[in-house]
Ligand binder design. Structure first.
Ligand SMILES: [Fe+2]
Ligand SMILES: [Fe+2]
Length: 199
């Protein structure tokens, strides 16, 4: 784990400074939230250090790397290649840095869209990334999200996805199918059976 940490740290050191600052801010947030959910703070740190290793790649490079790595590129990724930086980063860490921890791999892979099968670490990485104070203009409900993320990771992700999906649809933007699936999954798990269908 120490060796992997060193390898990921070297990748982070090579990223643009603004991105590096974001990574360190969200790493601190994840470390702070981790104990509240029985997550190892060191693993949370590693997940956050790793999550944006491919974030500085241009669209064409992301599409090229995704093709090279055999990653699925759907309608939404084709239109918004930036969404590939999680999957490309996760696969690069497996192939080039010897990442074998599936929890970290899945956390990095799905940190932009979420996924119904994310484990607690994946949920924490997803949320901490959105809780960067520099993103407050984009997500003005961050104080509520932080409170929810402290108490219940599922409720926080449901809140975030519900708000963001409404925003994207109202702006005429595409919504990634995994984001919708994750919201449906969380909704099904938290809604009493008799209110699940519209009458
Ligand atoms: Fe990212
Ligand atoms: Fe990020």
């Amino acid at each position: 784990m120490q060796e992997l940490l060193g390898r990921i740290q070297r990748r982070v050191d090579a990223l643009p400074s603004g991105l590096r600052d974001h990574i360190y801010r969200v790493r601190d947030i994840a470390r702070q939230l981790a104990p509240k959910h029985d997550i190892d703070p060191d693993l949370a740190s590693l997940g956050m250090l790793a999550h944006d290793v491919a974030r500085a790649m241009a669209d064409e490079e992301l599409l090229h790397r995704a093709d090279e790595l055999g990653l699925p590129v759907g309608t939404v990724e084709q239109a918004i290649p930036l969404l590939l930086h999680g999957p490309v980063g996760a696969e690069m860490l497996v192939k080039e840095e010897g990442l074998t921890d599936t929890s970290i791999h899945q956390a990095v892979y799905w940190h932009s869209t979420a996924h119904p099968d994310l484990d607690p670490l994946g949920k924490l990485v997803f949320l901490a990334d959105k809780l960067d104070p520099q993103k407050v203009l984009r997500f003005p409900y961050q104080p509520l999200l932080m409170q929810m993320a402290t108490e219940d990771l599922d409720r926080a992700i449901l809140e975030f996805l519900s708000r963001e999906i409404v925003t994207m649809v109202s702006q005429g933007l595409m919504v990634h199918p995994r984001a919708l699936e994750t919201r449906n999954h969380l909704l099904a798990a938290t809604t009493p059976t008799d209110t699940k269908t519209e009458k």
